[in-house]
Design a protein around this ligand. Sequence first.
Ligand code: NAP
Length: 239
Amino acid sequence: MTFSKDVFQDKRALVTGATQGIGAAIANRLAALGAHVTAVGLDHGDGSLDPGVQVRTADVSRGQDIDTLFQDIGELDIVVNCAGIIRRGAEHDPAVFEQVLAVNLTGTMRVCTAARERLKPRSGCIVNIASMLSFFGGSLVPAYSASKGGVAQLTKSLALAYAVDGIRVNAVAPGWIATPLTQALQDDPTRSGPILSRTPLGRWGTPKDVAEAVAFLCTPAAAFMTGVILPVDGGYLVA
Ligand code: NAP
């Protein structure tokens, strides 16, 4: 156990994009550390969530869905924006570009805006999910990279804006993590080979690797950290 198992006792957390993959691992980790967790996804997911986690459906790209979701959400200590999509190869189409931005970037902003008043009474915190593509370009994914570059910049701006309310805003930037989103890459040796050979720690990351870093940013150990984009990448960024 990395953290004391009651470090988030009595804390209330909302995690978007939490019905599978990295978001589900984050929701489960926060719950295992004592938090009451609401997980949000487009549907009820693939069964990865622990029984104690409450599931709500909402599309973060739809303002009406976010308004409805927050109608029954009270005060919060932790918000994690993990909802994200990628449309490899199709993102040069402006309509697809807009769709990816609407989920990954505007969706994150919508949830942060709605959550601010819920976080303020508890001096809560937000963790956004950035990417290696917050730092690099990607010829097949101009929308995904623009959105994740935007998430990094948004994180810094909201850290400045929300500090007056005692709310910390940070991001983690996962490296190459084995989830359904990267299944096509994992299955193609010509693409997974170069990824692994550039990753100094020599393996795909796991959703749990990311969940541990998110948990850290939500603990009192990170009380003086805000506006940080924390890579969780096995060293990929510096290789
Ligand atoms: P994933 O397995 O595809 O999971 C994506 C999650 O987002 C699912 O729970 C999905 O819900 C939800 N979602 C998608 N569109 C949504 C919407 N419009 N509204 C609400 N929820 C929505 O992806 P992942 O690999 O875990 O990625 C999670 C996050 O980490 C994303 O932001 C991604 O960009 C980021 N990331 C991933 C990697 C990686 O290597 N995997 C690396 C860097 C960053 P449903 O299942 O209900 O559709």
